[in-house]
Write a protein that binds this ligand. Sequence first.
Ligand SMILES: *Cc1c(COP(=O)(O)O)cnc(C)c1O
Length: 394
Amino acid sequence: MIPTRPIWAEISRNKLIHNFRLLRRSAGAETETVAVVKANAYGHGLEACARALGEDGARWFAVTCVEEAVALRQALTAPTQAKRTLEWATPRIIALSGVWSGEAEAVIEHGLTPSVWELGHLELLEDAARRCGLGAGGVAVHLEIDTGMSRQGVQPERLEPLLARLEQGSPLRVEAVMTHFHSPDDAEATASQVRQLATAVDTIVRSGIRPELLSAGSSADTLAQSTAAVTELARRIGARRMVRTGISLYGYAPHSGIGAELQPVLAWKARISGLRQIEAGTMVGYGGTFTARRRTRLALLPAGYADGLSRLLSNKGWVLVRGQSAPIAGRVSMDQTMADVTEITGAAVGDEAVLIGEQGGQRVTAADLAELTGTIPYEVLCAIAPRVPRMMVE
Ligand SMILES: *Cc1c(COP(=O)(O)O)cnc(C)c1O
């Protein structure tokens, strides 16, 4: 059944491509730019976004896990395309969260590239590679180093057993050494992580491994062009720099002061499904947290916290109707929200209400909603529920 509930998200292909090109220009021609499309492309819809980026020349994608990677490979591979041909494993797909038990065969079958940092990852992949009859270096992996974020990645002082395991003859090939910066807006913290990375890279190279890529940096330092030291380090070991850009593909800057040219890709809309007039003193919504101070016109919107509209926006957020802001009145409920349209002449059932996006020169962004709810645009976008249909528009 085609979705008929009047709430949807429009994903602009042109804006996505504009942002991708901006990031590629910022990264420079020598640098490989990975399009991070994890978590359903930050809520924008994995398949459609990856296709559009692929058509614009994206050669690398990154997703969260093997499960997402398999879904992406299936979406990108034409049913007629023969497996195990040279083109088959392109574009390349990185699974950022390692490999869990039961996934290693899928890595090989679908030509995926996992990040690895534990002996357990190596064992799972080696076993699968042998079962599939792959020879030395048959599976490319990205070896992740924990340079200070303390999340995932091997700590530099614990590299030795991994390197011993990856010696000549291993079916695994360290194609890239990767790390992740925790505070890209803090030059000192990042410099310290780069120093840790350099030490780890030296150890790796001394062990005889020659990575082709040095993968470090996300939207923030790509836009700010603040980590030339990593590019230098890559050059010194005969490798190329790789950056992994996510949030800015979708038009948001990870912190203030950068990315002024980015264009938000997603617009979130619903249609007014009911209107009523209430008298002064009437309460609105669960808990009666809003009491009309005057005769008030209320619009009913088919959008609630189950759609990803945060309940923290109750009596705080606003939507756009006829190019004007309509404050949210009362609590956001699971499936519905009321907005005060008293001041909006002509507001009618069927009017488009913009939850995120532009209308009549006004705009409300995921960053606005994030600020009101004490979070970041990443979370606002990822929270838009699967039941909200995504439509690609120009
Ligand atoms: C999410 C993620 C990125 C992308 O970060 P953005 O800030 O969205 O650009 C890059 N690398 C890793 C390891 C990630 O988890």
